[in-house]
Ligand binder design. Structure first.
Ligand SMILES: [Zn+2]
Length: 101
């Protein structure tokens, strides 16, 4: 939550501290309150904190659906082992991780 708070503070520095509640990071969403942490499928454990997004339930669900779609596209495309030869090691690792599921 460290990054989120820092960012929100800069954006809304005119707000009183006690009124502060984390805001959904989805564009145009004004929801404040309890948020769900979202991490894209292509980010590894070490990068989690930097890439984590905080969403309201509605935007968490839609982001998760989009994320799964992009994962499926990725897996579908690299099903061909010839294409996988061009993948950087990190991406290949991800391919192996998700295709074995
Ligand atoms: Zn939202």
């Amino acid at each position: 939550m460290k990054n989120l708070k820092g960012e929100a503070h800069g954006r809304e520095s005119n707000m009183k501290k006690e009124e502060y509640e984390p805001k959904c990071m989805a564009l145009g969403c004004e929801f404040r309150g309890e948020l769900m942490k979202f991490i894209p499928w292509n980010k590894n454990e070490k990068e989690h904190e930097d890439y984590a997004m905080y969403y309201c339930k509605k935007h968490f669900i839609s982001s998760y659906a989009k994320d799964q779609e992009s994962l499926n596209t990725f897996l579908e495309y690299y099903k061909d082992s010839m294409k996988r030869e061009w993948l950087p090691p990190k991406s290949l690792e991800l391919y192996n991780k998700y295709s074995n599921k």
